[in-house]
Structures are given as structure tokens and as C-alpha cells.
Design a protein around this ligand. Structure first.
Ligand code: ADP
Length: 260
């Protein structure tokens, strides 16, 4: 079979953003979308121009996380696709193309087509950072995206529960196949922070992702605590990274190490 090539845009082609970063996970439920939304918020808080492309065809949750539940759909103007905007962050989502609650069964090439349009035809207005919320896993759709978007690097979210991190390894192998640089691992739901006393508890253990990253020879980018505010703020559509406090500080550090 033909080996997938690293996507190269012709030198004349305009890149949609200064930096394009894919946020991936080997499986669902590790908090990949939560991390994406809060990273976007952390960059916006720093004064950077930020875009988010929600490519999670199976469960596009970026609109909800950023409070864009009632966006009617995407408008196409003469200049291109007009992105939705939340808290200063420009957003396009696979969720804007489907009815809420509708199950999506898209094949790789269809996903690839939609992503290409989102990347090239959205009026992004040259963001400093464009985050792509990847679908979880390593199937056709994921590979299609990795091949389509000339991403500068991928970050992989894991939780301390998957100590073996088999799924994360598969995700990494996929990016390696498409010659996408792997920026490193992020440990989400790391230490539980009690919302009342602030006391940390290592419910699922701690430090596993850091050790795994070392074993795999990729950087460890940082850890995000398990905190009720992350879930609450997500439900309210305003990422906790906009607030002040330990969770927000963790995202600020993570945001820096992703771009370092
Ligand atoms: P994924 O995109 O990997 O499927 P989500 O980002 O949708 O996962 O997160 C799954 C659930 O876990 C959501 O309800 C989210 O609010 C919650 N969650 C994610 N990360 C954290 C965290 N660090 N602390 C508390 N809740 C979290």
C-alpha cells in the first residue's frame, strides 16, 4: 500500500494560521476537547489570536464548551466561511454541519473534504494559534485529517488511568506515519484538587504519563488537575482557563510549553 505522505502546502499557499496544533487522544473521554477549549482560552487570555477547528466528527463538543450551543450553522460569504466567535476565539465545528443529536457516520474522504474546506476557506484572519480538536482514536477519519492539515505538531492527551497508554502509542504511531511532529504528552485528570480545601489527592496515581513520555522519547508537556470547576465551567460554556486559580494556572503553563 502507498505510504501516506506528509502534507505540504505549495510555498505560495497561504497558511491558515501561524501555528497549527492538533490535540489528539487515543480514545474518547480523556478530556481532549476540554483541554483544547481551555488551551484556546489560555492563549486568548495571553492576548494571542486563536482559532479552533473542531474536527471531532463523532462528538463535536467545542461549541458547547465555548458556549456556542445556538449557532445556527456556518455562513458562507464572498470572503469565505464565516467562523463563529466565542470569547474572542474563532470557531468552526463539524457540529455546525450536523443536527444536534444526529449520529455521524462519515468516511475518511468525506471528513477530509470538510476539513480541507474548514482550513482553507474559513475567514480565520491569521490567528497566532489554530488548534484542531481531533476525533479520538486512530481510524480512517483521523488519518485523513493528519494527512490533510499541515499541522506543525500534535499533542496527545492521556489520563493517569491508562498507565499502559496503548491507545496513546497508537495515536503517536499515526502521527509518525504522516510525519507530523509530536510535541508531547499531556496528563489530564492528574491530581484531584478538592474544591473546598485545595488538598491534592492522587486518586489514579500520578507521574505515569511523565514516565511514559520519557520511555517513548517524547516531551512531557504538563498536567491538568481533576477539578470540579473544569466540568462546571465547561457546562456553562466559559472555560475555567479564563478564571484565576490553580486550574487556570496549570493551563497557562501548559499553553506555554505547547508553544515552546
Ligand atoms: P474527550 O474530548 O476526550 O472525549 P471531554 O473533553 O469531553 O473528553 O471530557 C469528558 C468529561 O470529563 C467532560 O464531562 C469533562 O467536563 C470532564 N473533564 C475533562 N477533564 C476534566 C478535568 N481535568 N477535571 C474534571 N473534569 C474533567
Amino acid at each position: 500500500p502507498e505510504k501516506p505522505q506528509r502534507p505540504v502546502s505549495p510555498p505560495s499557499a497561504k497558511r491558515p494560521a501561524k501555528r497549527i496544533i492538533a490535540v489528539a487522544a487515543g480514545k474518547g473521554g480523556v478530556g481532549k476537547s476540554t483541554v483544547t477549549a481551555n488551551l484556546a482560552a489560555a492563549y486568548a487570555k495571553q492576548g494571542l489570536k486563536v482559532g479552533v477547528l473542531d474536527a471531532d466528527v463523532y462528538g463535536p463538543s467545542i461549541p458547547r464548551l465555548l458556549g456556542l450551543r445556538d449557532v445556527p450553522g456556518l455562513q458562507k460569504t464572498e470572503a469565505g466561511i464565516r467562523p463563529a466567535e466565542a470569547h474572542g476565539i474563532k470557531v468552526v465545528s463539524m457540529g455546525f454541519l450536523t443536527k444536534p443529536g444526529a449520529a455521524v457516520v462519515w468516511r475518511g474522504p468525506m471528513v477530509q473534504g470538510a476539513i480541507t474546506q474548514f482550513l482553507n476557506e474559513t475567514v480565520w484572519d491569521e490567528p497566532d494559534v489554530l488548534l484542531i480538536d481531533m476525533p479520538p482514536g486512530t481510524g480512517d477519519a483521523q488519518l485523513a485529517i493528519a494527512q490533510t492539515a499541515a499541522v506543525d505538531g500534535a499533542v496527545i492527551a492521556v489520563t493517569p488511568q491508562d498507565l499502559a497508554l496503548d491507545d496513546a502509542r497508537k495515536a503517536m504511531a499515526m502521527f509518525q506515519q504522516t510525519h507530523t511532529p509530536i510535541l508531547g504528552l499531556i496528563e489530564n485528570m492528574s491530581v484531584f484538587l478538592c474544591p473546598h480545601c485545595g488538598e491534592p489527592s492522587e486518586i489514579f496515581g500520578h507521574g505515569g504519563a511523565r514516565a511514559e513520555a520519557e520511555a517513548m522519547g517524547v516531551p512531557f508537556l504538563g498536567e491538568i488537575p481533576l477539578h470540579i470547576d473544569l466540568r462546571k465551567r465547561s457546562d456553562e460554556g466559559r472555560p475555567v482557563a479564563f478564571d484565576e486559580g490553580p486550574v487556570s494556572a496549570a493551563f497557562a503553563r501548559l499553553a506555554d510549553s505547547v508553544l515552546a
